[in-house]
Write a protein that binds this ligand. Structure first.
Ligand SMILES: [Mg+2]
Length: 330
């Protein structure tokens, strides 16, 4: 109990304590929205802090984002535009800057392929496999890149009239994949529900974030809101690719030589970033530039409910810029 409590202490760190934490850490996993940027703008000091870390020998940085609206290349471009100098990308350099980025558009096809592999082991003869996609251009191109055929996809779905006609279903569809879709509609729900009536059809979603904070104080509905509608309509629960699922961290572990016991998860949301860290057994660092507040974190720490305690971070700082003075003297 004392061990698990110290992982959820919400401890405020002084510069020397932060320096020690960084000395004990090789790999820093950063959420993006509310940590590195908010909407289109970088958070103050974020780029300088990340660049200082990236310059420090032995430190590696990865970005884990639930945002499914951009490909790896798209997220890497945004980081560069905001002043973050990602490693790799030089002429005589095999290292690809995109390798630093793990978004749900990239991880969802990996999840489907793994699930598919497990299914195939139980099948006598291989059946065709397609996905019904409710999601963005980025998700469509990630599926294409992974060689997974799909129907549906970005843009509006064919209107089925009223009352809705019975949709024509593709008999090869074996999974419904939902990510952020600004064209989410009743027509898409009707089609997805028709596929999901078959219990053998898998139901996978990128993430459960209820809302998306933008620049200023604006907040818009997130993928979790679309997912709630589809879960309600289908009376099924989706498997989740993004945080708090451990899968994104497993994607990093599979692709990179990373010492699990020397990783730190940094994020702004208790129910996604911090909970993922907890579930992966990692120390966690909450920044207060995004969704969750210090009061919420402390309430989780002080709760008697074991499930709520898991949402409390190990450490708290105001913003990732607070790491900068500790990095300078590593
Ligand atoms: Mg965030």
């Amino acid at each position: 109990m004392s061990m698990s409590r110290s992982l959820h202490a919400c401890e405020r760190l002084s510069v020397p304590a932060l320096r020690q934490l960084l000395r004990d850490t090789d790999t820093l996993l950063f959420d993006c929205d509310g940590v590195v940027w908010r909407g289109a703008d970088a958070l103050p000091g974020a780029a300088a802090t990340l660049n200082a870390l990236l310059r420090t020998p032995g430190k590696r940085v990865f970005f884990l984002t639930n945002n499914s609206s951009a490909t790896r290349a798209g997220h890497a471009d945004k980081l560069r535009r905001l002043g973050v100098r990602l490693p790799g990308g030089g002429d005589d350099d095999d290292d690809d800057p995109q390798r630093s980025v793990y978004g749900t558009a990239h991880c969802a096809p990996l999840f489907l392929l793994l699930q598919r592999q497990q299914e195939q082991q139980q099948e006598e003869k291989q059946r065709p496999y397609k996905v019904y996609l409710i999601g963005s251009e980025a998700m469509a191109s990630a599926l294409e890149e992974a060689g997974i055929p799909f129907v549906g996809g970005p843009g509006p779905e064919v209107d089925l009239g009223w009352p809705p006609e019975k949709p024509e279903l593709d008999p090869d569809v074996r999974a419904v994949l939902l990510g952020f879709d600004r064209h989410f509609s009743y027509a898409k729900m009707v089609r997805a529900v028709a596929y999901l009536r078959d219990p053998a059809c898998a139901f996978v979603a990128t993430n459960t974030d209820t809302c998306l904070p933008l620049e200023g104080d604006r907040v818009i509905p997130g993928t979790g809101s679309l997912l709630a509608a589809l879960e309600c309509a289908s009376q099924r629960k989706a498997a989740i690719v993004g945080k708090p699922s451990e899968f994104m961290f497993e994607c990093v572990l599979r692709a990179e030589k990373v010492a699990r016991e020397r990783c730190l998860m940094v994020g702004d949301r208790l129910d996604t970033d911090i909970l993922m860290g907890t579930q992966c057994g990692l120390p966690t660092l909450l920044v207060l530039t995004g969704v969750s507040t210090l009061a919420e974190a402390q309430a989780c720490r002080d709760s008697n409910d074991h499930e709520r305690q898991k949402l409390a971070p190990t450490y708290v700082i105001d913003s990732i810029a607070d790491l900068l003075p500790a990095i300078d003297e590593l």
